[in-house]
Design a protein around this ligand. Structure first.
Ligand SMILES: Cc1cc2nc3c(=O)[nH]c(=O)nc-3n(C[C@H](O)[C@H](O)[C@H](O)COP(=O)(O)O)c2cc1C
Length: 158
């Protein structure tokens, strides 16, 4: 009757029998003072909360830049997105993609990766090329400039 997240079976199933999943992809910059210990706290609490409400995804952190893909049922996703925008531990949040589709999950498990700065740069450059939104372009350019300014050598290890 209920799935592993306590969500009634069939409640989010579409015509094709696939779950209607909302996803949100963004990148942001870690605020001053957000060190490895704080990122560890974010991950620990996110794992617990996400599991409770059926949200999965991936969080990437390198050179002071976050990149996150989250997916799950609409209601808890909306709540989490609002919390993310209010969270002072990061800023310059650039929404890269947000939509709802009937499909399998891309990330069936919550995960966390540490990436090299060059990988983060590729993700950001791709995003820059695929958006026309002026605010997003400005924020993405600021993040890339920060990477060029030398934090390439200040990788934070998870
Ligand atoms: C980069 C980053 C990623 C986060 N990812 C998640 C997440 O996946 N799930 C989650 O519950 N909270 C996540 N958080 C924490 C939320 O922003 C927020 O603090 C938490 O959901 C509690 O929100 P509330 O105080 O409004 O209930 C993240 C925070 C940051 C800075």
């Amino acid at each position: 009757m209920f799935d592993e997240y306590g969500i009634p079976r069939g409640a989010e199933l579409g015509e094709a029998g696939l779950p209607a999943l909302q996803h949100f992809v963004y990148c942001s910059r870690a605020s001053d003072g957000v060190d490895d210990t704080e990122v560890g706290r974010i991950v620990e609490s996110a794992q617990r909360r996400n599991l409770a409400c059926g949200i999965t995804g991936v969080l990437v952190f390198g050179s002071g830049v976050f990149f996150q893909w989250i997916e799950g049922p609409a209601a808890p996703m909306q709540k989490l997105i609002a919390s993310l925008y209010d969270d002072p531990r990061h800023y310059d949040i650039v929404s890269l993609d947000q939509s709802e589709e009937k499909r399998e999950r891309l990330y069936p498990n919550w995960d966390m990766e540490k990436v090299e700065a060059e990988d983060i740069r590729l993700v950001l450059q791709d995003a820059l090329e695929s958006t026309d939104n002026k605010t997003s372009v400005a924020a993405l350019r600021r993040i890339l400039k920060q990477l060029d300014a030398g934090s390439l050598h200040a990788l934070r290890q998870i």
